[in-house]
Design a protein around this ligand. Structure first.
Ligand code: OGA
Ligand code: NI
Length: 336
């Protein structure tokens, strides 16, 4: 058999099914224009690229290689680092179903969760989602922990820069989201992701990741060069129209999460998205920007009026997030 024939069949998206997202340039000196573009984008799809964010390409490549190194380990080594009840560690194939009602199996992906490092003897370690991370040993994967910790910090800094622009776009004080009570001790979570080389079948409920919108404030997604991510701008349209988001080297694909939609009284949009496998393996890295445990999210005064009263009741973030995780993950007892 020739090399060509041996190559797996892949599905290349048609140009008509590709979405052109706006680019937010974090290095632009014209903050006013950046904010007005961002505002427009958040009203439209809530999905945008972020460029010139300060994390250099070489380092990004290093994070992806380290992520691949982990997923290439034998299954039994990965299972030794199975995610714990604080949601730190390895998430095997089918651990998550992002759209359980429409999926035949769970998502065809495996993942690895990393959060804020909180030592066992710290009082915060009592809180859900907080505690020590699970790390592969230095012998097994040299510099792995160091790389991931550095990336975590870098992504959090980028997230704070974006949230300053978002605050301005909502007519708030520039540091509104960066207050200690909101993002100061956030449940920020890094999730390394590896999708199987399988072809999704939407009609049969087979997806790389089922349709969903993200839970928190925003998500910063870094992807490899493979197509897979799709967005649906109008979830009520019948039939739904799904468009691919092209990978953009060096950029983050950023999207608004459900909590920001809620905070802004649906002024900003969290948009439905999913991942289709196209026959090639795919790696991505999501950084979920969640809030502090005890942050109570209440409709912003700038987003309500007599004609537009609050659509949601106030909610405490940790209760909300626990429920979202419970609804989309298998119970840990499944692995016993
Ligand atoms: C997610 C997600 C997209 C991707 O994990 O919430 O939407 O491309 N991931 O991996
Ligand atoms: Ni998502």
């Amino acid at each position: 058999m020739t090399e060509m024939m041996k190559e797996k069949k892949t599905q290349i998206p048609e140009f008509s099914n590709v979405s052109i997202l706006n680019c937010i340039d974090l290095s632009s000196p014209d903050v006013q224009s950046t904010v007005s573009l961002l505002r427009q984008v958040c009203l439209d799809s809530g999905f945008f690229y972020v460029i010139n964010h300060g994390i250099d390409k070489e380092f990004m490549d290093e994070v992806f290689s380290q992520s691949k190194r982990f997923f290439n380990l034998p299954n039994e080594d990965k299972m030794k680092l199975l995610r714990n009840k604080k949601n730190r560690g390895y998430a095997p194939l089918f651990d998550q179903s992002l759209d359980p009602a429409n999926q035949m199996h769970g998502d065809y992906k495996e993942g690895y969760y990393i959060g804020v490092e909180v030592s066992e003897d710290h009082s915060d370690a009592q809180k859900p989602f907080y505690g020590p991370n699970r790390w592969p040993s230095e012998d097994m994967l040299p510099k792995w922990r160091e790389t991931m910790e550095k990336y975590f910090q870098g992504a959090l800094d980028v997230a704070k820069s974006i949230s300053r622009l978002l605050a301005l776009a909502l007519g708030l004080n520039v540091d509104f989201f960066c207050q200690p009570g909101i993002l100061g001790k956030s449940i920020a979570t890094l999730k390394l992701l590896h999708y199987e080389d399988q072809i999704s079948e939407p009609a049969n409920g087979i997806f790389g990741a089922g349709a969903h919108s993200d839970f928190g404030l925003i998500t910063l997604l870094a992807t490899d060069d493979n197509y897979g991510l799709q967005i649906c701008k109008d979830k009520d349209a019948k039939p739904q129209i799904w468009e691919y988001v092209p990978p953009l080297k060096g950029a983050f694909i950023v999207n608004i999460g459900d909590m920001l939609e809620r905070w802004s009284n649906c002024f900003f949009r969290s948009t439905l998205h999913r991942v289709l496998g196209n026959g090639q393996e795919r790696y991505s890295i999501a950084f979920f920007v969640e809030l502090n445990h005890d942050c109570v999210v209440e409709c912003l005064p700038t987003c309500q009026s007599e004609k537009n009263p609050p659509k949601f009741t106030p909610i405490k973030y940790e209760d909300y997030l626990l429920q979202r995780y419970k609804d989309t993950h298998v119970d840990l007892n499944t692995y016993k």
